[in-house]
Design a protein around this ligand. Structure first.
Ligand code: FAD
Length: 294
């Protein structure tokens, strides 16, 4: 059995780290190509790798298989995403049993988006319900949760969202990872509000490198993050050349990360999206900043 190290120990080490996110294939036919890309990202040696869970849980098999394989072959801590809104207690319980048996003790516990025009079992309402369940199942799990520096789309406002976030942390969340944002000021202001609300777990900034013009609008629509004028200007200037846009987007993300490190952040999570070249370029740009005491 392969024991994945506890993420919380890495997050509290006081050293600067980068982690990467990969997603599983949607179908068996795409397993090979997706797996190859995820392997290349893993081979870069991030502090940990997170493996997302397909919306609605339809690809849960692939999430677990990919996570297990990457953790085993690259001796990496892997964070397995798990959503609950389309699940039953029975399926969640079975998943927890399986993860425990396979030595995968790091879970990103999420509600998931409420599917439009689809029946949901109705056994879970919020991520906090799932976190309670994981905690009572086994206290050895390290549990992550999601947070939203610009507010979650379903919340009436940022203050209300933070009140619910506090309930989620009190339910047993060990750390939080933010939705993408493109101005660091947004993160630092949010961090202040969270500390003021008594939320004292590590808050990992999530950075999305924008390496294609169409990604600008897509990311904004998906996340609700504000696109600052200088990022829009960059897409307007370089968007017609894929290579130039990739280089500019990597430089933008690198600069965001450097500024976060300079502001005292020790761990940044990169939405590397199965793009090994992008992940490698960012890692390379930051080589001398990483693994040092902050
Ligand atoms: P919750 O924490 O439950 O919050 C959802 C909403 O409910 C918020 O508006 C909150 O304010 C509100 N709320 C919470 N508690 C209460 C309460 N008691 N009363 C009233 N309102 C309440 N999706 C996937 O499908 N797969 C993934 O792998 C995935 N990974 C993600 C990783 C990160 C870092 C992030 C930021 C998001 C990720 N998502 C993923 C998207 C996520 O599933 C959606 O944003 C989803 O809509 C909310 O999930 P949550 O866990 O944040 O929900």
């Amino acid at each position: 059995m392969n024991e994945s190290p506890r993420l919380i120990d890495i997050l509290k080490s006081g050293k600067r780290h980068l982690s990467f996110e990969v997603f599983p294939p949607k179908t068996a036919e795409t397993w090979e190509s997706v797996d190859a890309a995820a392997r290349q990202v893993a081979a870069l040696g991030p502090s940990f790798l997170s493996v997302t869970y397909g919306a609605g849980g339809g690809t849960s098999r692939y999430t677990v298989s990919l996570a297990e394989e990457l953790s085993r072959d690259y001796a990496l801590p892997v964070l397995v995403h798990l959503t609950c809104i389309s699940s039953t207690h029975e399926t969640v319980r079975a998943m927890l049993e399986e993860l425990k048996e396979k030595g995968m003790h790091n879970i990103m516990a999420l509600r998931g988006d409420i599917p439009k025009d689809r029946e949901v079992p109705g056994q879970y309402r919020y991520a906090a319900d799932l976190i309670h369940e994981i905690r009572s199942f086994d206290s050895a799990f390290t549990i992550g949760g999601a947070c939203y520096p610009e507010g979650h789309a379903d919340a009436a406002g940022l203050r209300e969202d933070i009140r619910h976030l506090k309930e989620k942390v009190d339910a047993g969340c060990d750390f939080l990872t933010t939705q993408m944002f493109f101005e660091n000021e947004t993160y630092f202001r949010y961090l202040y509000l969270l500390r003021d609300a008594g939320i004292d777990v590590p808050i990992l900034p999530g950075i999305m490198p924008i390496t294609g013009r169409s990604q600008v609008e897509r990311s904004a629509a998906l996340s609700g993050a504000v696109i600052p004028p200088r990022l829009r200007a960059l897409a307007d200037a370089f968007g017609s050349s894929p290579a130039a846009m990739a280089q500019a987007g990597i430089a933008y993300a690198t600069e965001q990360i450097v500024d976060l490190f300079a502001g005292g952040v020790t761990h940044v999570h990169v939405y590397s999206m199965n793009k090994p070249a992008v992940a490698a370029a960012i890692l390379n740009n930051l080589r001398d900043l990483l693994e040092n005491e902050a």
